[in-house]
Design a protein around this ligand. Structure first.
Ligand code: CP
Ligand code: NVA
Length: 300
């Protein structure tokens, strides 16, 4: 089984992965993959958290990570993704791929004999979404009756995956951003099949009303640098600052997938304040990386 999209996991699959993560916290040392299981990380874009959490995860499960920067691979010289996937998967047990184009991850998965994990593409960040719902569950017990407000660039990979995964678990999702930036219609419509998912573009106050979680992501995602100036201006009114947070529930918690840009999508007082759970969110990436690897190995 591949995990290239948040749609690959049923609600039962998601809950299974969250349960594996819970069991790991209680039972650290007894769980492992087969000896010397290998995870190849094939990355076209920078990463701090996803790379190191997956590398640490496979080591702690008794396996070995192999990192390859796509720019130093033969793909740089024209080898196809499909040929690369066939060869890499003949050596290793898992591939985690971070690519610019989602279609490249799909091509990798179609040609790989080992499970392929999407470690971020232009359209999705499904491992992040699992970490996010796990973190929310730690605070609220479950996702039902939780209102998640995603503010800023509501069409990011992080937003797409979060709305699908959270909606599958029954959360209400409000997307709040400028009218010039629609949500990705495919993900938005899909998420609405699972739960209440709203798009607010005219009122931050209304969109954030009663929100339990206020989430934001960068205004300039990797690959969008040429459009940075326009994007920063467009999204500026949707900054997550203390005024915006005051519209949410009094107990609302603040999340961000990181990396954060203080003074752009979020202010320092909010991300470093006592409502922020971004550090535990980031820490949970390791636990979820392990749970994903164990889940996929059981599916083989
Ligand atoms: N949240 C996240 O994916 O961070 P990295 O880009 O550092 O992996
Ligand atoms: N939307 C961001 C997420 C980074 C983890 C990006 O793609 O750069």
């Amino acid at each position: 089984m591949n995990f290239v999209s948040s749609e690959d996991l049923s609600k039962e699959d998601i809950n299974k992965i969250l349960n594996i993560a819970d069991n790991l916290t209680e039972n650290k040392s007894e769980v492992s993959l087969k000896e010397h299981a290998t995870l190849t990380l094939f990355f076209e874009k920078p990463s701090t958290r996803t790379r190191v959490s997956f590398e640490t995860a496979i080591i702690q499960l008794g396996g070995v990570p192999i990192y390859i920067d796509a720019a130093s691979s033969q793909v740089k010289r024209g080898e196809t993704i499909s040929d690369t996937a066939k060869v890499l998967s003949s050596y290793c047990d898992f591939i985690a791929a971070r690519m610019f184009k989602h279609s490249d991850i799909l091509e990798m998965a179609e040609n790989s004999s080992s499970p392929v994990i999407n470690a971020l593409s232009d359209l999705e960040h499904p491992t992040q979404a699992l970490t996010d719902v796990y973190t929310i569950k730690q605070h609220f017990g479950n996702l039902r009756d939780v209102k998640i407000a995603f503010m800023g660039d509501i069409a990011t990979n992080t937003a797409n995956s979060l709305m699908i995964t959270a909606a599958k678990l029954g959360a209400e999702v409000a997307l709040i951003g400028p009218k010039e930036q629609s949500p990705n219609v495919t993900y938005f419509n899909k998420a609405r099949e699972y739960s209440k998912v709203w798009h607010y573009y005219d009122s931050i106050e209304e969109g954030l009303d009663d929100a339990d979680i206020v989430y934001t992501d960068t205004f300039v995602s990797m690959g969008e640098e040429a459009d940075a100036e326009r994007r920063r201006k467009l999204f500026a009114p949707y900054q997550l600052n203390s005024k915006a947070l005051s519209y949410a529930s009094q107990k609302a918690l603040v999340m961000h997938c990181l990396p954060a840009h203080r003074g752009e999508e979020i202010t320092a007082d909010v991300i470093d304040g006592d409502r922020s759970i971004v550090w535990e969110q980031a820490k949970n990436k390791l636990l979820i990386a392990k749970a994903i690897l164990l889940f996929l190995s059981e599916k083989e």
